[in-house]
Design a protein around this ligand. Structure first.
Ligand SMILES: *Cc1c(COP(=O)(O)O)cnc(C)c1O
Length: 383
């Protein structure tokens, strides 16, 4: 009866990645060095992008990307309330004001019909989140950004491997940030990267992620002593390590297979649950896309189950199955209520979804038998 606990997510680390980490440890170079350089080149090729900057996390990436976009106090950044709080936190840390628009209750992405009206004279950046790995409808985003002279910073933490109208997320547009946290589509332990087509921004992020050091500036400023760099601003310590890149080099090679398996498992849920009245399932938008299925997130219908989301999660846990909550509505955390005056009722679709959403187990190493077991246990809970 007491079987092993099935987590909602688990990284798949190949023997090749493990061997690479061991080789890195034995090489004598474990902090930022040749493996980070190789990983950077591999990512540039993957995204077909001129500038890719790996760093310690996606949060660090969002932070320095926004800092590099030079927000003045009170400048507004438009994003969604259905996101991990790092999205909002980094806006505040970079000196900006988060302005939220409600979600489309079907796709769970930002409702683009609300975007144009949310833009004000103070808006500087649009920051869409590709929720669950489903690409946001980017054409209208970039259209409005161009019309109004705005930057676009895509929080693509869920979306490495996803495609919008035949193009990889990260291969076009302004700037994207990806996460390599263990629960995400590929991992480096902790880690993330910024992808941009803006050379100035890339240079600024390069300085910000490592102590404000500029390795080109010494030519211009120093009188030719032994120093080979200058410090041009007070920077952070956000550089990725070679130990992390050693994992990432192999994860990136395996990513296509991970995304394919994520799609199989998500489709399996969609089919199995399609005639269950207990659930409202994630909907797909009409435009062409490849979903990365970072998470599979149906909404519980409490009037049918007689059980709310938290009770369902508890019942699953008692049967040794882990689930996840992505996310509580970001605007309702005490800090955001107090600092920006957000209240219950501000974003009704997001608030409703955040009460009902649950992430079912989904990860590339999950077997069909494990998937069947999740469905059996869910069936048992409701019948
Ligand atoms: C995970 C996540 C982040 C932060 O990623 P880290 O690498 O953990 O810093 C940011 N935004 C979203 C939407 C996320 O899911």
């Amino acid at each position: 009866m007491s079987e092993e606990f099935l987590p909602f997510s688990r990284p798949s680390i190949s023997q090749a990645a493990i061997d690479e980490v061991v080789a890195c440890l034995k090489s004598g170079w474990i902090a930022t060095g040749p493996r980070v350089n190789q990983f950077t080149e591999n990512l540039k090729r993957y995204f077909d992008a001129p500038h890719v900057l790996p760093l310690t996390s996606a949060t660090a990436g969002l932070h320095v990307a926004l800092l590099g976009m030079d927000l003045a106090p009170g400048d507004e950044v438009i994003t969604t309330p259905l996101t991990f709080v790092a999205t909002l936190n980094t806006i505040v840390l970079a000196g900006g004001k988060p302005v939220l628009i409600d979600i489309d209750p079907g796709t769970l992405n930002m409702d683009m019909n609300r975007l144009a009206d949310a833009v004000t004279d103070r808006t500087r950046v649009i920051m869409p989140v590709h929720f669950a790995g489903l690409p946001v409808d980017l054409d209208p985003v970039y259209e409005i950004a161009e019309q109004r002279g705005l930057r676009v910073l895509e929080d693509a933490a869920h979306a490495i491997g996803a495609e919008y109208k035949g193009k990889r997320i990260g291969s076009f547009g302004d700037t994207q940030v990806f996460s390599f946290h263990p629960n995400k589509n590929m991992t480096t332990g902790e880690g993330g990267c910024v992808v941009t087509r803006d050379q100035q921004l890339a240079m600024q992020i390069e300085r910000l992620r490592f102590h404000g050091i500029d390795r080109q500036a010494w030519n211009r400023y120093s009188k030719g002593g032994s120093q080979d760099y200058e410090v041009v601003l007070p920077g952070y310590k956000y550089n990725m390590m070679d130990i992390q890149a050693a994992i990432g080099i192999h994860q990136l090679q395996e990513l296509g297979g991970f995304i394919a398996r994520r799609n199989e498992l998500a489709n399996r849920y969609q089919e199995a649950l399609s005639d269950w009245p207990q659930w409202t399932l994630p909907k797909r938008p009409p435009y062409e896309h490849l979903h990365a299925w970072h998470i599979y997130t149906p909404l519980i219908n409490e009037e049918i189950t007689g059980m709310n989301r938290d009770e369902f999660m508890q019942a699953m846990k008692e049967k040794n199955i882990g689930t996840g909550l992505h996310y509580r509505a970001a605007h309702l955390y005490p800090y955001y209520r107090q600092a920006f005056g957000f209240n219950l009722g501000d974003f009704p679709h997001a608030e409703d979804v955040c009460e009902r959403i649950v992430s079912l187990p989904l990860f590339p190493g999950m077997t069909d038998a494990e998937h069947d077991k999740v469905l059996d246990v869910m069936y048992g809970i409701f019948n």
